[in-house]
Design a protein around this ligand. Structure first.
Ligand code: IPE
Ligand code: IPE
Ligand code: MG
Length: 250
């Protein structure tokens, strides 16, 4: 087992194969310090780095981070602009770290809504890290779970209209294959910081059997040790998937 990046003891298995995180609480963190909300987004970068490093070090294969939702477009224009600037700057700056950690970066969401300069950087970062295999990192930007399911339904309906598929033969696996996270295992562990206990339109299909972990810690304060605490909680849970405890244990 790998030593822990935070210096704590290594984590007993099972470890999740895929962790999904709603990085919430940036605005409240900044306002609590008498600063602009955008300062909270800026300070959220440190925990992003820490969690990526910890996930890679513990051998977690996939990490999906919710950075900006479909609904976040309706925030004040200045906050949206500062977030888009932050995404642009951090993509350039963090690329060497991602390369050194063997991170393959991908983006999910309605990327066509992003400004061209950000899409150019996204394309470059995705291409540059395409050969990495240690950790699959998905960043959800302009992402909504309902929009994801609707887009999948439209593609499947189009295949039915073309006579390529009979609706009665559609399987769960085929449907999942049209979603943004196609090809990845479903998240085993869902973490939300910032105290709210809700999904906020994140991965609605894929979270069906995720273990949910909520913490009051605001995202800019979230550390590798906090991440490891969530991994320990996960390891202590019995996942039953509808079976009885005895069936699962037996
Ligand atoms: C999460 O923090 C980041 C984004 C949604 C972009 P918030 O900005 O939602 O912070 P709070 O919840 O208002 O504190
Ligand atoms: C969810 O947080 C989206 C991200 C963290 C990117 P929100 O702050 O947008 O969610 P609500 O509004 O509290 O549900
Ligand atoms: Mg929030």
């Amino acid at each position: 087992m790998q030593p822990s990046p935070s210096g704590l003891a290594a984590i007993a298995p099972p470890l999740p194969r895929h962790v999904a995180i709603v990085m919430d609480g940036n605005g409240r963190w900044a306002l609590g310090q008498g600063r602009e909300r955008s300062a909270g987004h800026q300070s959220g970068l440190g925990p992003v780095r820490a969690v990526i490093e910890a996930a890679a070090q513990h051998g977690i294969g996939a990490l999906t981070l919710f950075a900006f939702s479909s609904e976040n477009w309706a925030r004040p224009a200045g906050e949206v602009a500062s977030l888009m600037n932050l995404f642009c700057e951090s993509l350039d700056r963090e690329l060497p770290l991602l390369q050194s950690k063997g991170v393959r970066l991908r983006f999910i969401g309605e990327l066509s809504l992003l400004e061209a300069r950000l899409r150019t950087r996204i394309d470059a970062a995705v291409a540059a890290t395409a050969g990495n295999e240690r950790l699959q990192l998905q960043v959800a930007i302009s992402y909504g779970g309902r929009q994801d399911i609707l887009a999948a339904a439209r593609r499947i309906a189009a295949r039915c209209e073309r006579g390529e598929l009979r609706s009665s033969e559609l399987t769960e696996a085929q449907f999942a294959g049209e979603l943004a996270l196609a090809g990845l295992p479903d998240p085993d562990l869902y973490i939300r910081t910032g105290g709210e206990q809700r999904i906020s339109n994140f991965l609605l299909w894929n979270l069906a059997y995720a273990e949910l972990y909520f913490t009051d810690t605001l995202w800019p304060d979230f550390s590798a040790a906090d991440f490891e605490l969530a991994l320990r909680h996960y390891a202590s849970r019995q996942r039953r998937f509808g079976l009885t405890g005895a069936q699962v244990a037996g």
